[in-house]
Design a protein around this ligand. Structure first.
Ligand SMILES: [Zn+2]
Length: 345
């Protein structure tokens, strides 16, 4: 039997889930039995799929773990127990809480925070089944950062990837909240460019995206599907996909049903892994298979109910590979992200 390739996942909200009350150190059945998010709203349960054990069972050796702060009253889906922020100070507080969660997990031996290209290489080169999960820190929504002068504070703590927007932030227009880079955003992206940091284009509105592309900052899209199959500025246009490739970037495929199938509702049958593979095929037609990886976002507010058919827990993620050509399994599972991390991180 062919051995399943190991995984790199370009997007998981691990710390945010912990702050929502999910203990990812439990087994999945323990977590599901005690899950504060299981029944957040009638019909909007989000059955947990991600624990450290499930990640290990899937063969994940490295993931991009987000520092995510929730703005006030913007997302009723998760029934957030954290207060939403209304200003920089509130966002910063949440960002620091995320960081603290990752640091605690590192102290306890569950993860290893990888702050440099060398640390990534060493983690992957010396990996054993007993090794902790490697985590690179990705800030999703930049409001915890005060301004360009505050960037070194976060870089010292390991943040080398930053998505300026989620919904609109002080820096940029975002998902369903259009707008360009603000003056503060222009300064931030220029400073990121100078420090050779990477911008995550996922969630960025088109206007802000093109402002950033003009500055020439290195970019990826950690969790984004194609706008040719699903409408809205959350998804990438073909022009954006080509620009990301031209900037040496990568795109992570996101396992969220409403980002896979246009207009999908929970009352309908779940999209299949072939439906997700259609996004990969479209991207490959534009930029080839060597810039595609996983960016599952499987703990990003949708759960098993909102994941493709046959994906009941994170350990099922490798099933996706069966929906794409065999010669690309290894590269999409880990090889493409690995190359990017070794060369560009
Ligand atoms: Zn996201």
């Amino acid at each position: 039997m062919q051995q399943r390739p190991w995984l790199i996942d370009g997007h998981l909200d691990l710390a945010y889930n912990a702050l929502e009350g999910r203990d990812l150190r439990l087994t999945l059945s323990e977590l599901r039995a005690a899950d504060p998010l299981a029944q957040v709203a009638e019909g909007a349960g989000q059955r947990a799929t991600v624990t450290f054990g499930e990640l290990q069972a899937a063969g994940a050796r490295l993931v991009f773990g987000t520092i995510f702060s929730m703005p006030q009253a913007k997302n009723s889906m998760s029934g957030a127990t954290l207060p939403g922020y209304t200003d920089h100070a509130g966002a910063r507080q949440q960002g620091l809480q995320n960081l603290e969660v990752y640091q605690r997990w590192e102290d306890q031996g569950f993860i290893r925070i990888l702050k440099t290209r060398q640390a990534v290489a060493q983690h992957l080169d010396t990996w054993t089944p007993q090794a902790p999960l490697g985590v690179v820190l990705l800030m999703e929504g930049a409001d915890p950062i005060r301004d360009a002068d505050d960037l070194p504070f976060w870089v010292e703590r390991g943040v080398r990837l930053i998505g300026p927007a989620w919904q609109k932030t002080r820096f940029a227009g975002g998902t369903a909240t259009p707008g360009p880079l603000s003056d503060l955003g222009q300064q931030l992206i220029r400073a990121m460019h100078d420090l050779q940091l990477t911008m995550d284009a996922s969630h960025l509105d088109d206007a802000a995206f093109w402002d950033a592309a003009e500055i020439g900052v290195q970019m990826i899209a950690s969790h984004s599907n194609t706008r040719t199959l699903v409408d809205g500025n959350r998804h990438l246009t073909d022009e954006m996909v080509r620009a990301i490739a031209e900037h040496g970037g990568m795109i992570g495929l996101v396992f969220c049903n409403s980002f896979i199938k246009r207009g999908w509702k929970r009352s309908e049958p779940r999209p299949t892994l072939s439906d997700l593979a259609a996004h990969a095929q479209h991207y490959a037609g534009l930029i080839g298979w060597q810039r595609l990886g996983l960016g599952t976002d499987m703990d990003g507010g949708f759960g098993a109910e909102g994941s493709p058919d046959t994906i009941e827990t994170y350990r099922d993620v490798p099933r996706f590979l069966e929906a794409i050509p065999a010669e690309h399994h290894e590269n999409v599972a880990h090889g493409n992200w690995e190359r990017w991390l070794r060369e560009k991180f």
